[in-house]
Structure formats: structure tokens, C-alpha cells
Design a protein around this ligand. Structure first.
Ligand SMILES: C[S@@+](CC[C@H](N)C(=O)[O-])C[C@H]1O[C@@H](n2cnc3c(N)ncnc32)[C@H](O)[C@@H]1O
Length: 277
């Protein structure tokens, strides 16, 4: 299968840096505890699917601890650069764990059937155009009794209070422009159905909040918004779409808005777990 990194709509030179800035390690730790990461057997074979720069894997290993380390950790991603960054990040663990980076599309994973104990896949489904095929692919590589967890956002960054109605309307228009088969901002609500239809067993759903703002918006949330808006604006400009308002002005206004005293915001983050019989 031809690998084409441009299918990842967020692709850019600084995507690795954006992932580092945006990742809230405390939040990620909570997510991994919520899905009972420590229940995976010691010496497991673990897959981090769409691993980015490997922060998810790093936190998994920290949480599991030496006595519970996997024997093998596969890092899968479309981007050679991010895989290299992930390998570098995980180098301190490499004397104890076999860490293997594979550049691939997770719709077609170069691993044998029935070979993996645990798959974690976070913030990737929003970018997939064949999400059900990917769940079936996860099922194929899992050992009987193996478990997968997929987690993603629902209606990404749309709940704010208070917000000026015009600013909100422009924000919605912006996101509408980038909604395409390669970017689904409401994929969170679909994850359960993807896993259900794959006939996995012991399905569990966990709901948490992501990027919860109450009062002070953190530097990482603001910086992530800035980088995200730059990408969205460049995408819209490239496609020469006229939204009837000035995009750069919108960006400035929106970043200022994030400092609104008393602002509350959240994005639902949904994780669905399934086990192969
Ligand atoms: C938003 S990042 C998430 C990274 C990491 N999982 C995390 O939680 O921080 C999405 C990653 O998935 C990768 N990706 C997107 N579509 C993919 C695909 N079809 N196959 C493999 N990797 C993919 C991208 O290259 C990117 O590194």
C-alpha cells in the first residue's frame, strides 16, 4: 500500500513541536489510569498507533513501571520525523524494552495476526477516512484476549461560555471549512459504533473532559490554538475560500478571547475499549 503522509491534514514542519506543546501530561496520565493500563500483563506486546512524538508511550511506560514493562513496544505513524522523535524520547527505556518504529498507515499494519496484547490509539481517528477498517485491522493483530483502546474528541473545541455570538459563529464557519473526509471533528460519538460493529467483546466507554478551561487559559492551550488556527487559515487560504471575514483578524480576536475572565470551556474526550475473543 502506498504511504502518503499528506493525508494527515495537520501535517506541517512544526507538527511535532505542536504535539509537544499541546500534550497535557497530567490529562494523559489520567486517561491511561482510567482505562486500567496496569491491567495489561507484564512482558506484553504493546502498540501505540499514530504515536506522534511518543509522549503517550512515554507516559504508559512511566505508569507501568519496570516490573510491568512490556517486552515489545511498536510505534506506528505515517511520519518518519515523528517516529524518529518518538524513538529519541523513548531511548532511556530501550535497554529494557524492544522499541520498534514502523512507518505505516494504520489501516494496513505490518504486524502478524494475533500478535499484540494491547493497542492504544489517541487523537488519530479524527483524521482517518476508513475508521472501521482500522478497528478491524486492530482486531486482526490483537491476540485472543488482547485489548484495544481508541480515544478521541467530540465536537472539538466548540463549548465556550461566555462567548460573543459573532466570534462563535466565525469559529463554527472556520471548522466547517475544514470538515472533510480526512478530518472529522465529531468522531468521538462514533467510536462506540466502530468498535461495536467489529464484534469486539467487553466493550467499555469512558468519558472525560479535554482542554478544560476555567478562568485562566494555560499557555499550552493558547499556543496550541494559535498553531491550529495558523494551519486552518493556511488551509482555507490555499483553497481560496472567502468566508466574508478577515481570517487574521479573527485569529487575533480569538486569541484575545481566550483570556476572557471567567471563561469556561471543555471538549468531550471519549475512549472506547474492546477485547478480542
Ligand atoms: C494528533 S497526533 C496524536 C499523537 C499521539 N497519539 C498523541 O496522543 O499525542 C496524530 C498522529 O497520528 C498520525 N496518523 C494520522 N493518520 C494516520 C494513519 N492513517 N496511519 C498512521 N498514523 C497516522 C499522524 O502522523 C500524527 O502523528
Amino acid at each position: 500500500m502506498k504511504i502518503n503522509a499528506s493525508r494527515y491534514v495537520a501535517e506541517s514542519q512544526d507538527e511535532g513541536a505542536r504535539l509537544v506543546i499541546k500534550t497535557d501530561r497530567k490529562e494523559l496520565r489520567e486517561q491511561l489510569k482510567t482505562i486500567h493500563l496496569s491491567a495489561i500483563p507484564p512482558s506484553s506486546v504493546v502498540v501505540d498507533a499514530g504515536c506522534g512524538v511518543g509522549i503517550g508511550s512515554e507516559i504508559m511506560l512511566e505508569l507501568l513501571g519496570r516490573r510491568h514493562y512490556p517486552s515489545k513496544l511498536y510505534l506506528l505513524d505515517l511520519s518518519e520525523q515523528r517516529l524518529a522523535d518518538a524513538k529519541k524520547r523513548l531511548a532511556p527505556f530501550s535497554s529494557r524494552i524492544k522499541i520498534i518504529a514502523k512507518k505505516c498507515d494504520i489501516v494496513d499494519i505490518p504486524l502478524s495476526a494475533d500478535s499484540v496484547d494491547f493497542i492504544f490509539c489517541r487523537f488519530v481517528f479524527e483524521y482517518l477516512n476508513s475508521p472501521k477498517k482500522v478497528v478491524n485491522e486492530f482486531k486482526r493483530i490483537l491476540k485472543p484476549g488482547g485489548r484495544m483502546v481508541i480515544g478521541d474528541l467530540d465536537t472539538c473545541a466548540m463549548a465556550f461560555y461566555p462567548i460573543d455570538p459573532e466570534l462563535y459563529n466565525h469559529l463554527k464557519q472556520l471548522f466547517k471549512q475544514i470538515a472533510n473526509p480526512d478530518y472529522d471533528i465529531a468522531v468521538g460519538r462514533k467510536l462506540f459504533s466502530f468498535v461495536e460493529s467489529s464484534e469486539m467483546q467487553k466493550i467499555h466507554v469512558y468519558m472525560l473532559g479535554h482542554n478544560v478551561i476555567h478562568g485562566n487559559t494555560s499557555y499550552s492551550i493558547k499556543k496550541n490554538w494559535e498553531m491550529k488556527l495558523d494551519k486552518i487559515i493556511s488551509y482555507i487560504s490555499k483553497n481560496k475560500n472567502d468566508l466574508g471575514f478577515e481570517l487574521k483578524h479573527f485569529k487575533e480576536q480569538f486569541l484575545l478571547f481566550l483570556d476572557t475572565p471567567g471563561l469556561f470551556s471543555y471538549t468531550p474526550y471519549i475512549m472506547v475499549e474492546g477485547t478480542k475473543e
